[in-house]
Design a protein around this ligand. Structure first.
Ligand code: SF4
Length: 461
């Protein structure tokens, strides 16, 4: 548990800065949908906790800093919660475990402690196969208001490549249970793993829209636009795959440059290294494609069977909170124009290093009804061209600053290495198309101890 008294000492003569470590619960979209956040006796602050460490799974993109799964000390947890409540006005807990709930007893005990001390809580990393309907009900009855499932994709093929070891049906079921017991469970999606194609992106979009429709919520509630691109971290099959393709670190210096860039890399397409094998124009477009297709598919579902639309079951206070989070047209446009005006006023005409075109389309234009009415055959190629122009500009900026070699989507393509194309021929004995199978098969045996140790480090042994 964090020792805030020690932290305060480090702040020397400005102990009031400690308050920066606690955000207000009512200002958080994770909590402000629940009427209990507004109770008069509720303490206002959120504290972030990590109670259990590690994860039971080995997804092929995920870097595991801890081996195995270790359950935290519940007595220590309870003492800490009392301390937080009494000393820092905490009434909300954000649990930042990587894998909450794989130990069901520990999950239930955690929930019981939260309820006992009247904390509203959310869990940040939950596997859908850790949930049952009964457990969802138990967590909800013990003050759980939000859960973040590592869903990543609505395509079974991509889930298998990632070795998520659960099915899209299990994902849908877990989200439906959460909706039933009024636990907020927005999806986050990861794009562009090897094996992703425009077809799998389309499957994911349909999955999101159908799920939103089935649980009677708008897609903005089910999917807040939480879209990531797969980034290769050392120690993962994804990273090793990049090395085997000769894309990450053809030399030690290049690998070092990649790792330096990785230190500050957001999991966004700006930092993406194209191991996918698809044309860069397609890959760049996928994040917008999901946004557009989810809206289109949801609109189609609504218009095709209006009688099937279930009434929204949220209480009025939650509706108000949700509406407050849905940006108005003006709110969507103004940050962009404010940034343009600021640049003109400050005469700052330096080349922007952020993907402005993507951001402008995503944050401002995409919600416009007429925009979505345009035929895909016209809209998609036009958007791909805009994004490609943006990509070329940003690549030029990156090349001009040689250290940023990998900073804006490595253009390296591996057209012949589309995972899944010839999978059955390569691995007839394996049922799942996992990235790990490709990587292990392509690993070169080595007599050299340094090389053997390097591989051990890579695979986390
Ligand atoms: S992605 Fe999530 S479930 Fe998979 S290994 Fe990482 S923490 Fe575990």
């Amino acid at each position: 548990m964090p020792d805030y008294e020690l932290l305060k000492k480090g702040l020397q003569d400005r102990p009031e800065l400690l308050s920066n470590y606690f955000r207000p619960g009512r200002g958080s979209g994770w909590f402000n949908h629940d009427p209990r956040a507004y109770e008069s006796g509720r303490k206002p602050n959120i504290a972030v906790l990590v109670v259990n460490k590690g994860c039971v799974a080995k997804c092929t993109f995920c870097q595991r800093p801890t081996k195995g799964y270790r359950v935290g000390d519940m007595t220590e947890l309870e003492e800490h919660v009392v301390y937080l409540k009494e000393n820092h006005d905490v009434g909300f807990i954000t649990l930042a475990d990587e894998n909450f709930g794989s130990d069901r007893e520990a999950g239930i005990e955690f929930a019981r402690i939260m309820k006992k001390h009247d904390m509203l809580w959310t869990a940040g990393g939950v596997r859908v196969d850790s949930m049952t309907r009964e457990l969802t009900r138990t967590y909800a009855e013990n003050n759980c208001v939000g859960m973040k499932f590592g869903v990543e994709s609505g395509s079974q093929k991509v889930l298998d490549i990632m070795e998520k070891k659960f099915t899209v049906a299990e994902v849908a079921q877990a989200i439906k249970w959460c909706a039933e017991f009024r636990i907020l469970a927005p999806l986050s999606i990861m794009l562009a793993m090897p094996g992703e194609t425009s077809e799998t992106v389309r499957e994911t979009s349909k999955f999101i829209a159908n799920l939103a429709f089935d649980i009677g919520k708008d897609p903005f509630t089910v999917f807040g636009g939480d879209l990531f691109y797969a980034i290769p971290f050392p120690g993962t099959p994804l990273y090793e795959y990049g090395q085997q393709l000769g894309i990450i670190g053809k030399s030690v210096d290049e690998e070092e440059a990649y790792l330096e860039g990785l230190f500050t890399a957001p999991t966004y397409k700006m930092s993406y290294v194209n191991l996918n094998g698809s044309d860069v124009k397609e890959v760049l477009f996928w994040e917008l494609m999901v946004q557009i297709l989810v809206r289109k598919e949801y609109a189609r579902l609504l218009s095709s069977s209006p009688q099937a639309v279930k009434p929204v079951t949220r209480p009025a206070s939650q509706e108000v909170a949700a509406a407050a989070h849905r940006p108005t047209r003006r709110a969507r446009f103004s940050p962009f124009w404010a940034a343009v005006v600021r640049r003109i006023k400050t005469r700052n005409f330096a080349m922007p290093c952020l993907p402005w075109i993507s951001n402008f389309i995503w944050r401002t234009v995409i919600g416009e009804k007429h925009f979505l009415d345009v035929s895909e055959r016209i809209l998609f190629p036009a958007l791909q061209l805009f994004l490609y122009a943006e990509y070329l500009i940003l690549r030029l900026c990156a090349i001009a600053r040689s250290k940023d070699y990998y900073r804006y989507m490595s253009p390296a393509l591996s057209r012949n290495r589309k995972i899944g194309d010839n999978y059955q021929a390569l691995f007839p004995q394996r049922k799942l198309v996992s990235l790990r199978n490709f990587v292990v098969t392509n690993r070169r045996p080595s007599e050299d101890t340094t090389e053997q140790n390097r591989i051990k480090l890579l695979i986390g042994l």
